[in-house]
Design a protein around this ligand. Sequence first.
Ligand code: NAP
Length: 279
Amino acid sequence: MLDGKAVAQQIFDDIATKVGARVAMGKPRPKLATVIVGDDPASALYVRSKQKNARQVGIDSVDHRLPTEASTEQLLELIGTLNRDESVSGILVQQPLPNHIDLVQVVIAVDPVKDVDGFHPYNAGLVAQGLPGGIEPCTPSGIVELLDRGGVRIEGANAVVVGRSNIVGKPTALLLLRRNATVTVCHTRTKDLAGHTRNADILVAAAGQPNLITKDMVKPGAAVVDVSANRADGTQVGDLGPGVEEVAGWLTPNPGGVGPMTRAMLVRNTYEAEVRRRP
Ligand code: NAP
């Protein structure tokens, strides 16, 4: 088992110690500012969990809500205020945003040094070029951290990522490439998906399609990371079909795998953003 919950707890404990040490030196607590537009209950739940984790490690959090009908300009104005606020270490604008909001403008409006989601093209560009100094996106860096701490060898592995979104699939592929995996990215136009996945020593399923990855599509002994958070009958399921656990060598539980790691990376990014901005 690649136990995301347990590994995330280790990271929370580590950050709590570091935050405590900074506060003891008289430095300000890091602060996470979250923004939700609209009243999507799933977004509210995700943000509550992220704030709870931040508070648990001693990071302050402040929640901003805009109504569903808020304009792009109103959201940009709020982001500008948070960019200028000295006390704010990190800004998280929860996605999805209502359709009328210009997502690109929003993503580029967040100051890259406070972009704790790692979505700004400046940070994404550093990841793409394999350069240090930026902020890495939370879910992809959480996946790599989980593989590392689980003892999965990344260098030289055939890694197959199913999904190519800017927030999960693509950056996960780039982080694995940086670690010298041989990476294949699959998507809806991929011919013979199973032909690719059967070759994967590391298989990252991030398609958001329940039962997409069946047992016969998994190489025996592979490390399988089930990223997706699909809702079925009120519970969370990933992309894996029944029996994958019988062939996989490593497997993330779902829930309890990538989700907690994403939140742990957010907390870590917020702490590190604060340290970088105000050493
Ligand atoms: P997304 O933007 O909908 O992207 C899904 C990707 O999967 C797309 O690239 C799509 O291909 C590909 N895909 C869909 N169906 C496929 C199929 N049948 N065969 C091959 N590829 C297929 O979703 P996302 O934002 O990347 O998120 C992916 C999943 O991860 C979602 O379930 C989301 O809830 C979950 N998630 C979990 C966490 C966490 O912390 N656990 C964080 C973020 C996201 P095309 O590009 O061709 O359309």
